[in-house]
Design a protein around this ligand. Structure first.
Ligand code: ADP
Ligand code: MG
Length: 387
């Protein structure tokens, strides 16, 4: 068991460095388009603030190369001021004398948000000098940045090794959800796997086999499996070097009692024309699952006790190939199963299609949730003390 903020005692007036994931989408005016990531961090911030510690919060935003005024965390500070009136200050520097002075002037119950960590290139390099500067600002370190927990950066890996530490409520919840889903799944356990490439999802598929009762394979990934079965895939996306692996996976699944369901029809592109077909001819590119496949998948989904979904089942960004993902989202929303959706594009699709409130757990981290579904340990969690 990892130490959580509930296990931190007597932190009144102590300096606590909290790593959040405030990587929110901004529009051209610097306004926050979607504040999900801020809202998801509030329980931890509120809990620590109630303990009257001096709370120093840090985060990254986007992928700046050096200072970039369009990627300042100031809009996030403004948002936090709404939730914690008169308590929040913003530091335009990440580390250094100015920040140290601001921290020295903090009182218990104050909140200080530091500027975008990635304005300093040493953050992503996990540079020891940057780790030292960050660690010197605080007495205790708390990590609640689930979205980057699969990375080893200064603010979530290096610093954790330097200070007494704990995880916040968001990371705790994400870990519990995925742990339980794989260790103690509600049956039947149905996994929906999609996305573009088998290569990205090989470890995930292997982890699901033997644990899930049924795996529904859609998206670009399906074509490598179909080819492995000797089915024509036209010009659809395929990982040719993984056809043998796909065949092995299909065999393994049979041995381990996991049923794999592949698409039986498609929405495809033939030149400029969109066609619906159960057989992909030579020049066709499969870009969405067809009606019969949707029906087959829906039946499994409505019958499930637990659903894990990673990867859209079609090229959903294009309206012409969105129906499959939309119908699957609808079915998952309708199903009484406990539902988990993880993956950047998968969660994006659920939000775009308006089914977010019908899903039991929408993961806040794409890459990090993928790692958990692969059964891997997250490096930033590994460095947190155990109880
Ligand atoms: P996630 O981010 O949820 O893990 P991925 O990144 O693995 O998902 O996959 C999402 C991408 O897969 C989307 O860009 C989508 O357009 C693409 N995709 C889905 N189906 C197909 C297909 N049949 N052909 C090509 N690309 C596809
Ligand atoms: Mg993606």
């Amino acid at each position: 068991m990892k130490r959580t903020i509930r296990d931190l005692k007597n932190i009144e007036n102590k300096r606590v460095l909290l790593r959040c994931d405030f990587n929110v989408p901004l529009d051209n005016y610097g306004d926050i388009i979607d504040d999900t990531r801020i809202v998801s961090s509030l329980p931890t911030i509120k809990y620590l603030n109630d303990q009257k510690c001096k709370l120093i919060i840090c985060s990254h935003l986007g992928r700046p190369k050096g200072y970039d005024k369009f990627l300042s965390l100031f809009p996030v500070a403004v948002s936090l001021m709404k939730y914690f009136p008169n308590k929040v200050k913003f530091s335009s520097k990440v580390t250094g004398k100015e920040v140290e002075n601001m921290v020295a002037n903090m009182k218990g119950g104050d909140i200080l948000l530091l500027e975008n960590l990635r304005f300093d290139s040493r953050e992503e390099e996990n540079d020891p000098t940057f780790v030292k500067e960050l660690a010197s600002l605080a007495d205790i370190y708390v990590d609640d940045a689930f979205g980057v927990a699969h990375r080893k950066h200064a603010s979530n890996y290096g610093v954790a090794l330097k200070l007494p530490n704990a995880i916040g409520f968001l990371i705790e919840k994400e870990l519990n959800v995925f742990y339980k889903a794989f260790e103690n799944p509600k049956k039947p356990f149905v996994a929906i796997l999609g996305g573009a490439k088998v290569k990205d999802k090989l470890t995930l598929i292997n982890n699901v086999i033997g644990k899930a009762d049924t795996v529904l394979v859609g998206g670009g990934m399906a074509y490598t499996f179909l080819l492995a079965e000797g089915i024509k895939i036209g010009k659809s996306i395929v990982d040719l070097d993984l056809v043998d692996d796909a065949r092995e996976i299909l065999k393994n699944a049979k041995v381990n009692g996991t049923k794999i369901v592949l698409p039986v029809d498609h929405v495809a592109l033939l030149g400029e024309k969109v066609v619906k077909t159960s057989e992909l001819e030579q020049d066709m590119v499969g870009l969405d699952i067809g009606k019969k496949t949707i029906q087959m998948f829906t039946e499994e989904i409505l019958n499930a006790g637990q659903i894990i979904w990673n990867g859209p089942v079609g090229k959903y960004e294009d309206k012409r190939f969105r129906n499959g993902t939309m119908q699957i989202a609808k079915a998952v929303a309708k199903s009484s199963a406990y539902s988990i959706v993880g993956g950047g594009d998968s969660v994006g699709a659920i939000n775009t299609l308006g089914y977010a409130d019908k899903i039991d757990h929408l993961s806040t981290g794409g890459g990090a949730s993928l790692k958990l579904m692969e059964g891997k340990v997250l490096p930033a969690v590994e460095v947190i003390d155990t109880l």
